[in-house]
Design a protein around this ligand. Structure first.
Ligand code: PL3
Ligand code: FE2
Ligand code: FE2
Length: 241
């Protein structure tokens, strides 16, 4: 007769095993998926740099602070470039440019129209919450080199999210209507970006539902800090359904 194993022991064993099971970073399948994900992150950091520099011209009293945030994005971009190099992967940058195209286009239109609230919602809330969720879910399944880099980056992204949150909180009543409209136009784009990246993310052992959950936590928390009530936040989140 087999020795009975207590359920506690079985659960512990399972957790230990799964905690150690990292993907094989050397397979062609992994590198192929990484060439797109790595490019998305590099392009995202580069565009974030450009966006904070643009925001600095719209909010001249914060130009120095925004230039400091932009510089952090440049450092992130370089860090993620070295992650690809470390794995021997060439980032598919044309793919990533296309991936960001619609959101990038909306930011550019808002910038030209001087819509600082829309620009802040796109960059400091949506893109930063997307990055925070992606980096959180990536860290436990990353190779050791990329994990160290990503852990440093994710702390900075909270600083960026916080910048947008505080500005919008201080200008809440005047920004409210534009925030509703900008959310309605741009949250569905984030949703479709998540859908597009899900297949490659799965190869990196990142789960789509985890990404969505983590994104919504960061985004809804920011909206609540800014001053929206529960009903308004629910209505805004529903724009992505
Ligand atoms: C702004 O600071 C950063 C903008 C980057 C956006 C990143 C979106 C990431 C989606 C894919 C998730 C993979 C994470 C893996 C990191 C190598
Ligand atoms: Fe960044
Ligand atoms: Fe950022």
């Amino acid at each position: 007769m087999p020795t009975p194993v207590s359920p506690e022991v079985a659960v512990l064993d399972e957790r230990d095993a799964s905690a150690q099971q990292l993907p094989d970073f050397t397979t062609e399948a992994y590198k192929d998926a990484y060439s797109r994900i790595n490019a998305i992150v590099i392009e995202g950091e580069q565009e974030a740099y450009d966006n904070y520099m643009s925001l600095g011209t719209m909010i001249p009293e914060h130009a120095d602070e925004l230039a400091r945030l932009a510089k952090m994005e440049m450092k992130h971009m370089k860090g993620f470039t070295s992650c690809g190099r470390n794995l021997g992967v060439e980032a598919d940058l044309p793919f990533a440019k296309e991936f960001f195209g619609p959101l990038h286009g909306n930011f550019q239109i808002a910038f030209k129209e001087g819509k600082v609230v829309t620009c802040l919602l796109i960059q400091a809330l949506l893109i930063e919450a997307f990055a925070i969720s992606a980096y959180h879910i990536y860290i436990p399944v990353a190779d050791p080199f990329a994990r160290r880099i990503t852990e440093g980056v994710v702390k900075d992204e909270y600083t960026h999210l916080n910048y947008g949150q505080e500005w919008l909180k201080a200008n809440f009543e005047a920004s409210k209507e534009e925030l509703f409209a900008a959310n309605k136009a741009n949250l569905p784009l984030i949703r479709s970006m998540l859908d597009q990246v899900a297949g490659d993310a799965a190869v990196l052992q990142m789960d789509k539902e985890d990404l969505i959950e983590d994104f919504l936590i960061a985004y809804q928390e920011a909206l609540s800090e800014i001053g929206f009530n529960m009903r308004e936040i629910a209505r805004m989140a529903a724009a992505a359904l």
